[in-house]
Design a binder for this molecule. Structure first.
Ligand SMILES: [Zn+2]
Length: 269
């Protein structure tokens, strides 16, 4: 039975994509302030104060932590994840963030990289920023609870997309997303995601990556619809315990991932 690739393959992928090492955690002058909440430790580039104004930047830090704490409160219920150590969060001056991380993250406002959530400094935590923080929180929580577990991209991103939707009041694929996927399937444009073994969609073209994220979300949504939402937390628990993708899916859904994808596509035809 195939086992999940370990961290070595992630290192290999990183080398293949020739990602530069992060230019360390440096603000414009290398100074960061630190503050903590119950489950996070936040480092903020002190130079943001120059661009955002002191009060704006303090409010942004506080709101980032509040949003992440709200996400943390639902991690256990929805995914059965409960990282014990405080998760690191770095907030950067926007120019520094763009210089260090442009093109590396799918989202322009935040990403998970090098064991920490990286956030582009701003003045207010909007709904899209909050959703992105909850998405990245899932990656951070997996990394904290199971550091050597490397999930395939569709599972990693599908769970993160499902969680960010769920914590922002969206329980299912929207009718628009469903009909879009119907058109994709009927038009022969489906991207087969469960056979894509890499831990990230970063190598795909932008349009294919956007579709791959939506299909991955649809697969997790399919599990929640067929087996109930608690099945997602059971699946996460099995994956962390056994590190065996096929066995975990068979136990919870009675299907292998490829069979699950075939069942979803059948629904869409
Ligand atoms: Zn992601």
């Amino acid at each position: 039975m195939p086992r999940l690739p370990r961290v070595a393959s992630l290192v290999l992928l990183g080398a293949l994509l020739a990602w530069p090492a992060p230019a360390a955690d440096r603000g414009a002058d290398g100074r960061f302030d630190k503050r903590e909440s119950s489950h996070f430790v936040l480092y903020q580039d002190v130079d943001i104060d120059r661009s955002g104004g002191w009060s704006g930047s303090v409010r942004f830090e506080r709101d980032v932590l509040a949003s992440l704490e709200r996400g943390y409160d639902q991690l256990d219920d929805l995914l059965g994840l409960r990282p014990r150590r405080r998760l690191p969060v770095w907030v950067y001056d926007p120019g520094i963030f763009d210089a260090q991380f442009a093109g590396r993250f799918r989202f322009r406002v935040a990403g998970f990289f090098g064991d920490a959530i990286r956030v582009r400094g701003d003045t207010a935590v909007t709904v899209p920023i909050s959703r992105t923080l909850h998405h990245e929180l899932v990656h951070a929580a997996f990394a904290a609870e199971a550091p050597s577990l490397v999930l395939p991209a569709w599972l990693n991103e599908g769970i993160a997309e499902w969680f960010e939707s769920r914590t922002h009041g969206k329980r299912r694929l929207s009718p628009g997303e469903w009909s879009y996927l119907e058109r994709v399937e009927r038009g022969g444009a489906w991207v087969p995601v469960t056979s894509f073994a890499y831990p990230s969609f970063v190598g795909l073209r932008a349009d294919a990556a956007g579709l791959a994220y939506l299909e991955s979300y649809a697969l997790i949504d399919h599990v929640a619809r067929r087996h109930g939402e608690p099945a997602i937390a059971r699946l996460v628990g099995e994956l962390i315990r056994t590190r065996n993708l096929d066995r975990s899916f068979r136990k919870v859904t009675r299907m292998r991932p490829a069979e699950l994808e075939a069942a979803l596509r059948e629904e869409l035809r």
